[in-house]
Every structure is written in structure tokens, then in C-alpha cells.
Design a binder for this molecule. Sequence first.
Ligand SMILES: Cc1ncc(COP(=O)(O)O)c(C=O)c1O
Length: 397
Amino acid sequence: MTTLERARALDAADALRGFADEFDLPAGVIYLDGNSLGPPPRRALARLRDAAETDWRRGLVRSWNDADWIDLPARAGAKIARLIGAASEDVIVCDSVSVNLFKLAAALAARRPGATLAVDAGEFPTDQYVLEGVARMTGAALTRLDGRAPPKNSVLVQSLVHYRSAEILDMAAAEQEAAAQDFDIIWDLSHAAGLIPVDVRGAGARFAVGCGYKFLNGGPGAPGFIYVARGDADAMAQPLSGWMGHAAPFDFAGAYAPAAGVRRFAAGTPPILSLCALDAALDIFDGVDLGALEAKARALGDFFLGATEGLGLGVHALPERRGGHVCLRHAHGYEIMQALIAHGVIGDFRAPDLMRFGFSPLFLSFEDVSNAAGVLADILSTEEWRRPEFSRRGKVT
Ligand SMILES: Cc1ncc(COP(=O)(O)O)c(C=O)c1O
């Protein structure tokens, strides 16, 4: 059996293959970057048009009530809650991951006098940078862990799925350790939400943030989400105490009184058009088995690794339990990725030498992956990547 024949056989047996019709991908593109920016779901595009043409253009300011814009952060949050195992009222959509991390880390540091902020040195940069800012502001110490356990009385920021290795951590085991050693964990679910089953309640996780524009397909700059377990939220004061987190914003009272629960983590007016797109995109997940998504992403990644095995590329890490991407390594990874993109195979590049390929299970087929591997093989054998235009660096890689 050829690689392509094997791919077609796997596609024929794939229970998720119908979901590809949900997405509006351009012809001739094999999109291996849904882990960075999910492609547009048809229902999100339709909702965007409707939100602009009907709710904004005709409804005007009345749409805050008539289209219930005001409760959209909580409604979309409830849809995400189902994907991460949270109670529906414990998640809201707001701000970016960076801002949500800031609010949570500052609030938790304030609750723990003398706390240390902790983050792994290989963690996604914004998670480290935000903690640096919180440390400067609060005077808390910041420690970068290098595989070491966090100190007692600390606030740890930790990705559930790592942005380079795609390693999936054991959330329940980490929370047991946190309880025993007296530290809090803020989970960054950016590469996990909408891809793998997450059960924050079952694992005892109380704080999390995550991205709306990756596997949740909410669109460029879609707002992120924040989860705080109810028992904790009511006892927390977040530093961006804006009017949208007030118990009664339209009382226009002089003093701040926080809303109950996680709603107090809202700050200012939500980006309604983006939120509408995300809210519609989330409906795709209705009734979807997240275990099946994880399994297919893994199988697509394994297929890609098998099909690219003899090409002389390094493989970054291959953890036992892996999320939705794999990274191949080459000193000219940037140029090779640009050549791939020129051929319609879109992945991304992470300095210094990683070509990252994402395997969003909702819209990719094994045939796509087989074809992508074929294009990569051609680019390497012809050395087409050496063409000067492929070494020109864009601002975004
Ligand atoms: C793990 C992780 N955390 C945070 C972010 C950034 O989030 P935001 O731009 O919403 O602040 C990313 C973006 O790729 C990410 O991969």
C-alpha cells in the first residue's frame, strides 16, 4: 500500500471527516496551523455578517439588550465550560490570555502574602513576561523553574499542552502536588481547549485561562477565556476592577462592588463582533467527543511523522501523551517553511529552528497530511527552499 492509499483508507474509517464541511478553507491550501489561528467556520462567518448587518447596523445600541450582547461573555463562557469540565457559570470570555493571566496571577499573589511566582523557563513567553510584570508590581519574587518543583506558597503558571513539545501534563497529579505543597496553579489551556478532554473539576483545578483563536476557531484576535472555581472567585479581588466586572454596572455607582463569581474578572466593554464569531464557532463542538479529537490529532501527527521519517529532519520532542502539533527541526527551518507556504502547505516556525505542524482534527484528512509530507519531500530534494525570497523574514513567523 502506498502512503496515499493508507491515508485514504484511514479517511474512509474516520468518524470525524464530515466536520471539514463546517470550515471555509481556500482551495489548494493544506492548513497545518489551526493550532495558531483556526480557520473560519462557515457558521462564524454567517454570524459575523448578521451581527454587523442586523445587530449593529439596524439594532444599534438597542442590541445590547435585544441581541443580548451584554450576556455574551457568559453565554460563550458556558459553551467553553463544557469543553473544559467546568460548571457553566464559572467561565467567561474576555480579554486576551495575557491580560487574563495578569488578572489571575495578581489576584492570587495578593491572597498569599510572601508568595513566589513560578513559571517554567520553557513556558510560552507571554506567560513568563506577564509574571515578570506582576512581580515588579507586587514585589513578589519570581522564579523560573527548570524542571524543579515550585516552592511552597507560590503561584505557578503552567500550560496543559506545551506550545513546542505538545506534551500533555497530568492535571490531576499536578493539582494533588499543589495541594500537598501549598501552591496554586493557573492553567494555560491555550493549546488544549477544543482539542483534548479537560476536566478541571475532576482534576481539582481552580484557575485557568485559554485562547479563543486556536482550536476554538474564534477568529484572529478572538477574546480568550478565564475560569475560576466559584468557591475561589467570590473571595478574590482582581486588579482590573472595571465596570463590566461590577455587580451592577448600570447603577453607575461611585464605588466598585464586584459581581459574584468569575464575572468579576471582566473589566471593560467586550469586543462584540469577535465574540459573536467565537460564540458561533463554539457550536461546532456540540456533542463532539473530545477524546476522539485528541485521538485523531495524534493519529494525524503520527502519520505525518511516519511519512516524513526518511527526510533527514530532526524531530523536536515526542512526549508520551501529545497534543495537536509536532515540530520538525532543521537549521533552515524558516526557509523550508516559507517554501511550504508558497506551495499552499501552511504551518509556522518557532525560533531558532522548529517547523511546527498542527493537526486540527476537525478539518484535516489523512490525505491532506500525506500530500503535505509529499510537498515537504519535494522541497527538500530539489532544495527549492534555497531561493532568496524564502529567507525574507516577516514580522510574524
Ligand atoms: C500557550 C500560549 N499562551 C498564551 C498565548 C498568547 O495569548 P494572547 O495573545 O491571547 O495573550 C499563546 C499564543 O500563541 C500561547 O500559545
